[in-house]
Design a protein around this ligand. Structure first.
Ligand SMILES: [Zn+2]
Length: 100
């Protein structure tokens, strides 16, 4: 059985999980042997899967710490914006008071 690149890439997830029928797996192996692009695709696919699954606990703590810090920065920025608006409102009010 000959398969093209599109079919080969469709089969890769099942190939990786060893869910392919023997004939499909043989066809995919044949294709991978003759197709450097799909070999690279499989390599990248595996690497991506590994990234998705393996997040060490330290990394996760770091990510949540970074998110918290980001939230703090956002709160400071919003607070500063509100303070500027409030100061501007007071300034406008005082200026209007001068005219009347
Ligand atoms: Zn291919």
């Amino acid at each position: 059985m000959n398969i093209n690149c599109e079919m080969a890439r469709d089969l890769l997830p099942m190939y990786k999980d060893k869910c392919l029928s023997p004939s499909s797996e043989a066809a995919l192996r044949d294709h991978l042997e003759s197709c450097p692009a799909c070999r690279r695709y499989l390599h990248e696919y595996k690497a991506r899967q590994k990234d998705d699954v393996l997040i060490p606990p330290g990394d996760f703590a770091d990510i949540s710490r970074r998110l918290r810090r980001h939230r703090t920065v956002t709160e400071i920025a919003v607070g500063a914006a509100v303070a500027v608006l409030a100061a501007y409102a007071v300034y406008k009010t005082l200026k209007q008071g001068d005219h009347s």
